[in-house]
Write a protein that binds this ligand. Structure first.
Ligand code: AMP
Length: 603
């Protein structure tokens, strides 16, 4: 094996896979038992080494409190941010700190647990390849934020893998489908319905370069919900047959049977569900595909609105797509395929194994990096806007949502108060106007030379690297004093909250617009009041008494309006004070002219 060997890894919520290029082809590597799918499950026995993968699966029912699954949901999140009520194991971590998993008296980070899955994949790959593996490309959902990407990278490093590149799952899938061979400006939809999550992404291929145009989805929607709906249906059917047999739809046996029936009905049009009853008797119930589909249709239908939103965000009509591809095991269901065909007005391409497409794509990307594959470059986008907090608590966006990365953008800021010596750079992510409504990625302070209000010049630059990691640079342009902060420990937003943020920004659009106007108008008032006071002092007795009284009244009205939140009243008060001080402004201007002329000895 060449020294520049790089593996591709799909680190999934339910299953993970690893691949490598072999003689110019991407291949997925199997474990010692010949299986390519490794369950992302880790069992921590009371004593001894953790058990990883398929061997840990039975512990999910035997030792649910010590068996960790779906840890991807916790990666890069803070405590309380992700709903953990449905997990069989306990979570912990300090309030507001990084989310952790609690096993007995011990706590472990999601990164450590993912690292155990990655270590197993690495060991399996090394056995299959007969060579050491130390470099990898790892995939993440397109909506993963900076903290979640960083956590994924950390997990890789903990497993002894240098993560060369983090790439988006839909981009990887498109590569696996060979969509890099499509014509220029091709538009592709990637519909990914896995066990527990649904993602829809719209990509554009432009001169051999992939860009993610938009993403949408639901982090709590997938094949598991189909199992739940079917298990409930089967429980009802069996209860009708044997009323005294009170079957819990959540029982592992019934769920497993529902899942088996579901998978069978992807090929067969009719099957039987079997449930053990007391005294070794078994109950049978017949189920047609049509019946099954009517039971699970509400679950599958939920994906429609996300697809429509992704299309709208990409500003595309379904007819403008050149390809629709399917990822995730649940897309094997004929009902899902029919719905996708209906939404997008074209048959989806089903030529790839939907469980393996992402891992194959990661492997192709690894091949591109190591030089084994040539001619394709991948670009991704920022799922949420990134900015900093400015005067009045407003968000100043520096990199808007859906910007292609890598990217760099900057802005110049100044001091709000005279004599200020430090500026706090509060980095936020989100779509809301007020910084407090967005999520904090981090904050730091920069010292600068004190001066009059507005005299400081602080340049702030945001740079997002190819892995989607944000580096923030702040520099006092006068002294050259600067700080570069990598938003590395930035554990903040969860995947579910990304969706929520976008929905909220739409829901609160009007209110946010109003809030921004109010803050801006308040800032204007706060600037005017001291300026008018200063001008009155300068004018002294030169200003007629009634004019002064009028300005005092207008000033009092601005101050009073500032106490409340009535935007219209404040705007009117500002405008009135503006108009009412014209005479004063003219007077001061004349005074200044006279003084200047006097100084020059003209008068
Ligand atoms: P993934 O997360 O991509 O591994 O997807 C796993 C999900 O796909 C689970 O809910 C499986 O039950 C489901 N699945 C796998 N194969 C099939 C199939 N042939 N028909 C329907 N669902 C399937």
């Amino acid at each position: 094996m060449p020294a520049d060997l790089i593996v591709g890894i799909d680190l999934g919520t339910t299953n993970s896979l690893i691949g490598a290029m072999d003689a110019g082809f991407p291949i997925l590597l199997a474990d010692a038992e010949g299986r390519r799918l490794t369950p992302s499950v880790v069992y921590f026995p009371e004593s001894g080494e953790p058990v990883v993968g398929r061997a840990a699966e039975p512990s999910r029912t035997r030792a649910p409190e010590r068996t960790v699954y779906s840890v991807k949901r916790l990666m890069g999140t803070r405590t309380g941010e992700v709903d953990t009520a449905d997990l069989s194991y306990r979570t912990g971590g300090a309030a507001g700190g990084p989310a952790r998993v609690r096993i007995g008296a011990e706590e472990r980070s999601p990164e450590e647990i993912s690292a155990l899955v990655l270590k197993k994949l690495k060991a399996d790959a090394e056995r299959a390849l007969g060579a050491a593996v130390s470099r990898a490309v790892v995939t993440v959902p397109a909506y993963f934020n900076d903290a979640q990407r960083q956590a994924t990278k950390t997990a890789g490093e903990l497993a002894g893998l240098h993560v060369e590149r983090i790439i988006n799952e839909p981009t990887a899938a498109a590569l696996a489908y060979g969509l890099d061979k499509l014509g220029d400006r091709s538009k592709i939809a990637v519909y990914d319905l896995g066990g527990g999550t649904f993602d829809i992404s719209i990509l554009e291929l432009n001169a051999g370069v992939f860009q993610v145009l938009s993403t949408n989805g639901n982090t709590r929607l997938g094949g598991d919900d189909i199992d739940t709906a079917l298990a409930e249906h089967l429980a009802r059917q069996l209860a009708a047959m044997v009323p005294e047999f009170n079957l819990n739809p959540a029982s592992p046996a019934l769920r497993a049977e529902a899942r088996r029936v579901k998978i069978e009905l992807s090929d067969a049009t009719e099957t039987q569900a079997r449930i053990d009853y007391k005294n070794h008797r078994t109950l049978f119930t017949r189920l047609t595909r049509a019946e099954f589909e009517s039971v699970v249709l509400p679950v599958v239908e939920k994906t429609r609105s996300h697809c429509l939103r992704a299309l709208a965000d990409a500003k595309l009509a379904p007819g403008e797509l050149d390809a629709v591809i399917l990822v995730g095991g649940a897309t094997r269901m004929p009902l899902v395929r029919a719905l996708v065909a209906e939404i997008f007005g074209r048959e989806p391409d089903t030529s790839q194994n939907p469980d393996e497409a992402v891992a194959l794509g990661a492997t192709i990307q690894a091949g591109i990096l190591s030089g084994a594959v040539r001619g394709v470059v991948l670009l991704d986008i920022t799922p949420l806007s990134l900015g900093i907090e400015t005067f009045g608590g407003l968000t100043n966006v520096i990199i808007p949502r859906n910007t292609t990365i890598p990217t760099k953008a900057g802005e110049m800021f100044t001091n709000a108060v005279a004599g200020q010596r430090t500026v706090r750079i509060h980095v936020v992510q989100g779509e809301r106007e007020k910084a407090a409504d967005n999520w904090t990625l981090g904050a730091f302070e920069l010292d600068f030379t004190a001066g009059t209000r507005g005299s400081a010049r602080v340049g702030v630059q945001f740079e997002i690297d190819t892995d989607g990691i944000l580096h923030v640079l702040a520099r006092d342009t006068k002294t050259g004093e600067e700080k570069v902060v990598e938003m590395r420990s930035a554990v903040d937003v969860s995947d579910a909250q990304v969706e929520q943020m976008i929905a909220e920004s739409v829901d609160h659009a009007f209110e946010d617009y109003h809030a921004r106007l109010l803050v801006e108008t308040q800032l204007k008032s706060r600037e005017m009041l001291p300026a008018v006071r200063h001008a009155l002092e300068l004018a002294g007795a030169a200003l007629p008494i009634d004019a002064r009284a009028n300005i005092d009244a207008l000033t009092a009205e601005v101050a009073a309006a500032l106490e409340g939140e009535d935007l219209e009243r404040l705007k009117a008060a500002n405008a009135a004070l503006d108009a009412g001080t014209q005479e004063l402004a003219t007077l001061l201007m004349e005074q200044a002219m006279d003084e200047a002329l006097e100084r020059r000895g003209v008068v």
